[in-house]
Design a protein around this ligand. Sequence first.
Ligand code: SAH
Length: 489
Amino acid sequence: MAENLSDNKIKKCPVASRCGGCRWIGKDYQEQLKAKQARFRRLLEPYCRPEEMIGMEEPEHYRNKVHAVFGEDKKHNIISGIYEEKSHRIVPVDSCLIEDSRADEIIVSVRGLLRSFKIRPYNEDTGYGLLRHVLIRTGRSTGQIMVVLVLASPVMPSKNHFVEALLKLHPEITTIVINVNDRDTSMVLGEKEQVIYGRGYIEDKLCGRTFRISPKSFYQVNAVQAEKLYGKVLEYAELTGRETVVDAYCGTGTIGMAAADRARRIIGVELNPDAVRDARSNARRNDVKNIEFYQNDAGKFLAHMAEQGEGADVILMDPPRSGSSEEFLNAVVKLSPGKVIYVSCNPDTLVRDLNYLKKRGYEVIKCVAVDMFPFTEEIESVCLLSRRKADGSRKAPRDGRRASGDVRKAPRDGRRASGDVRKAPRDGRRASGDVRKAPRDGRRASGDVRKAPRGGQSSRKNREEQSGRGVKSAEKEQKNGQKKKYSGK
Ligand code: SAH
């Protein structure tokens, strides 16, 4: 089912109606782009006219993170695939139009090996069996592949032989990790991990930087488009090397790191402690010294910055699907940066937030949609906002505070300037003031994958992240108060 799309063939998938992941599987790609652009243009009309949408040249098999649930059919044959939309039944899937094909092949091989190794898939009703899920992550530019075997118990019989057999079939695998999930939970990944082959993580390159991706790290699922998205952020930011930049909702710090050698200082803030840990390690790995990461709610952090009289020249923000908070947007207005660059995966919340900022002195200068999720209806976009002067023209500090591009008074050697809100030490350790605010359990960790679809939403890709963003969807889910595990049961 993977013919080249350039011949404009209408794609078919045998499980499309039960999966619901690619709602636009039957739609020609150029038509998909047109439809997304039309919707984006309609929504953004009151603010600015979007640039041409950035699509993919090869829009298939873009997902670098692939997940399969394992189980048995009525005849006790082992099956692997996805949960049927709004249910807990497994739809067998061997290949998928939008997933990395190498990952799909490995999942099929694992299924074949289970039989020879007499390993049973886990049965949630009876509690018997071992293998619950397989998660595969691939590095586009490095070719590295990670296989995560999610088990119901830590003991895997003939583990070494299993690894040997799998590597024989797929020498391209660079690391294999056992993840133990012995809880009755809607999370796919459990807390405990054991590396049984390789380094336990893979790496990928984006915008000239190398990022480490461990089983639970958040990483954009479409790396080709992520690079274009970040490229637009940098283009809009027009950094000169003198700016203080806030990278809010920074995840593992990818955007801030891409911007680091064009700015004086980058301050990243992110709620998820695992992502912050990865961000700090990524900064060290890339020898980026002018970036700091804080684990905190972005709104609280920014409000604190504003209270302390801190300045920021550019604020980059990439909030979850639910958009930003009033606290955050208020703090943006108080900090009054010359530029705000808003990366959004949900145009509805984007326009809500743009409206808020527009009423408080900002105007949208440019915007563009980037197709991160072909064959779905999701729209990712970047907007550049600029602060208006009191007379209506663009930007200049109102009150003698630093203007965009102004050189800051903080010492160049990285010591803290007075009034600085740094809470964590440079070496990545947690400072006493650095409070963990994200619950470890209920909230999905970055990179984690949902086992069951969200209520009213489709399953396959969505069960993880409709927009390709695990944490974002989890946030949305929490917001909607959907605590039930299986919406369809
Ligand atoms: N900019 C990153 C990640 C974007 S996903 C990238 O491009 O890879 C959105 C991020 O916002 C997630 O990592 C999520 O954990 C984080 N997040 C959600 N709510 C938050 C909040 N209130 N404060 C700070 N970060 C938050």
